[in-house]
Design a protein around this ligand. Structure first.
Ligand SMILES: [Fe+2]
Length: 181
């Protein structure tokens, strides 16, 4: 990580957000605030592991991400309307290798999944727009609210990461979350 990136990460680490974990308790993504306003916020994310979900997900907000250190492999759909492989139940997609220095803009409705992450994880600077929708996973049965997706996993329909901390996220306002951090 270069000096500027180190300085940005060091500054952000003074204001942790809550981190996301896998079902086994291991860290999926570390998150820290750089600044927050009603119009635009910025965080540092440390993507420790790939997404282990079967299906693509979208996001509650649009964002711009800049990779400060490391890399990850992102898979994105090939069509606007989801198109699923009959055998695997997975949506077809194309792979993009995002390396240090790459910048990406994603609308809240854009869906993706992270397939691989560099050893030691990837550090990203993320500019976040205000929340605009409920986010979820795109399955052959339609978009599934993120909080219902673990239920699908329990039924064996959608094995993967459990974003249990997101349950907390949805129940807290920005202000409360900051106070918690
Ligand atoms: Fe994502």
């Amino acid at each position: 990580m270069n000096m500027i990136a180190k300085a940005i990460v060091g500054w952000a680490k003074r204001t942790p957000y809550f981190h996301l974990h896998h079902a086994d308790g291991s860290v999926y993504m570390g998150r820290w605030w750089l600044f927050r306003t009603p119009w635009l916020s910025a965080r540092i994310h440390h993507i420790a592991t790939p997404d282990f979900d079967r299906h693509f997900h979208d996001h509650p907000f649009g964002f711009v991400s800049v990779i400060l250190s490391g890399w990850y492999v992102e898979r994105r759909p090939t069509s606007v309307d989801p198109c699923f492989d009959g055998a695997s139940g997975r949506e077809t997609g194309v792979i993009a290798h995002r390396r240090t220095g790459s910048v990406a803009w994603r609308r809240c409705t854009d869906r993706h999944i992270i397939d691989r992450v560099s050893p030691g994880g990837a550090w990203t600077l993320v500019f976040v727009t205000p929340k605009r929708q409920w986010w979820g996973f795109y399955t052959p049965e339609g978009k599934v609210f993120w909080a219902d997706y673990p239920i699908m996993r329990e039924r064996g329909q959608a094995p993967g990461t459990i974003h249990s901390e997101e349950l907390i996220d949805s129940q807290q306002s920005h202000t409360t979350t900051r106070e918690r951090a």
